[in-house]
Design a protein around this ligand. Structure first.
Ligand SMILES: C[S@@+](CC[C@H](N)C(=O)[O-])C[C@H]1O[C@@H](n2cnc3c(N)ncnc32)[C@H](O)[C@@H]1O
Length: 283
């Protein structure tokens, strides 16, 4: 029972509960109280002594308990911002990361008519490229049918419904097709690394996070397959772990890529690498 609890008291109780967790209590409680009450932070601040309704109080308690147990705010709200748009997210997809915005920015530097994204998850990368290049053909694959349901929903909401989402293992659903740009943020965390078992990542799909060969297996599969799926002078851009830049550059060079470069994320870590295929066709 809310028993006359005011909006300000609800906020304070939420912050007190989450203070004992690694969550950013003030920010998270703001989001959760907005979701529960339908009132913005500004509206609540204007009337802090208003009582919270019984329904909103119950919703808020339920959301707080889930956050207390560690569920990411993005899954609790069912959405996450990416670049200049918002995506529906469920626990079937990786929560889009700010680092991935660097991948999109690098890819957008050279316009491409035919684009392939591998491992699309929420669809964030394919949708960003399709919105920037409305005339481009964009294909996107993922081996998770649940993820593709979310990506398809996002594309429809965001007016990018021309994207062709295909279910299957990396290039398998688009075999025989060639593109001017391949882009991917594949799983790249190694088998032994602790991150997927910590914090918010515990709730994200394993398939989206871990890869064999110290996290390099998916990156290598994608690079090895790229020459067969790129037009001459086609480009590839890949997101990778902070310490995987040298291995990714070496693999790109070994498979015919030139003009190889790496971009750093806001923390200064090597995060995105890419290159251009030679001018002669590959079999
Ligand atoms: C790191 S998540 C990236 C999701 C999204 N592109 C993003 O940047 O937020 C990797 C994605 O690759 C997909 N994936 C993993 N293994 C795959 C495979 N063998 N074939 C196709 N997709 C795969 C996962 O389901 C997941 O959606």
């Amino acid at each position: 029972m809310s028993d006359g609890v005011t909006l300000a008291q609800a906020q304070r109780r939420g912050v007190e509960l989450l203070a004992a967790t690694p969550a950013d209590a003030d920010i998270d409680v703001d989001w959760l109280l907005t979701a529960a009450t339908g009132l913005s932070a500004a509206q609540r601040r204007a009337h802090p002594e208003d009582p919270i309704t019984e329904t909103a109080w119950r919703r808020f308690q339920a959301l707080l308990q889930r956050r207390y147990r560690g569920e990411p705010v993005a899954y609790l709200l069912g959405r996450r911002g990416f670049l200049d748009f918002e995506l529906v997210v469920t626990s079937a997809v990786l929560i889009p990361r700010p680092e991935t915005e660097h991948l999109v920015e690098a890819a957008l530097e050279t316009p491409a008519a035919r684009v392939l994204e591998l491992g699309t998850g929420s669809g964030c990368i394919a949708i960003a490229l399709a919105r920037a290049w409305p005339a481009a053909t964009v294909d996107a694959t993922d081996c998770s049918a649940e993820a593709l349901t979310v990506a398809t929903q996002n594309a429809a909401i965001l007016g990018a419904d021309g994207i062709r989402f295909r279910l299957g293992d990396w290039y398998e659903p688009v075999s025989g097709s060639r593109y001017n740009l391949i882009v991917a943020n594949p799983p790249y965390i190694g088998e032994q690394a602790p991150e997927p078992d910590q914090g918010d990542a515990r709730f994200e799909p394993r398939l989206a996070l871990r890869a064999e060969e110290s996290g390099l297996a998916a990156l290598r599969t994608i690079i090895v397959g790229a020459p067969r799926h790129l037009e001459p002078a086609g480009r590839i851009w890949l997101e990778h772990g902070y310490d995987q830049g040298p291995a990714v550059r070496e693999c790109l060079a070994a498979h015919g890529f030139q003009a190889i470069e790496t971009r750093r994320d806001l923390a200064g870590h090597e995060r995105v690498s890419g290159g251009r295929l030679g001018d002669t066709p590959h079999e």
